[in-house]
Design a protein. Structure first.
Length: 127
């Protein structure tokens, strides 16, 4: 994913993460079980953490556009946010437990993003 798009997605993920956190704290409290509310909170936390990671990757892409691992990392973080956090939001709102099967795929995408960032850091010029 190009740096500009990664930065746009990072900003959108940060903005929506704050909004979803507020929604969970105010609108969902008392409406869903504590277990589902905790799942929602986990989705928000991971979304916000990875919005920051995505922003960092976008800045690094501007500095070192030749490092393909950074483009992969931004795509993996985006997919991970959508799959991991998105599945937890859907699980909480619909209470369809089978949606939980999607969450590990999102977690795997997030880990792939961190691995790609590690590889890009390893390849970073040492000047």
């Amino acid at each position: 994913m190009p740096a500009r798009y990664a930065l746009i997605v990072a900003a959108m993920a940060g903005l929506s993460g704050v909004a979803l956190g507020a929604f969970g704290s105010h609108a969902l409290r008392g409406q869903v079980s504590e277990q589902l509310l905790n799942a929602w909170k986990t989705g928000v936390e991971y979304q916000l953490y990875h919005a920051l990671a995505l922003m960092l990757v976008a800045v690094l892409q501007i500095q070192r556009p030749e490092l393909a691992g950074l483009k992969f990392a931004s795509g993996a973080f985006t997919a991970g946010i959508l799959l991991f956090s998105g599945s937890l939001y859907l699980l909480t709102l619909t209470q369809i437990s089978k949606l939980g099967i999607i969450t590990p795929f999102g977690g795997t995408a997030l880990m792939a993003g961190w691995l790609a960032l590690l590889i890009a850091a390893w390849q970073w010029p040492t000047t």
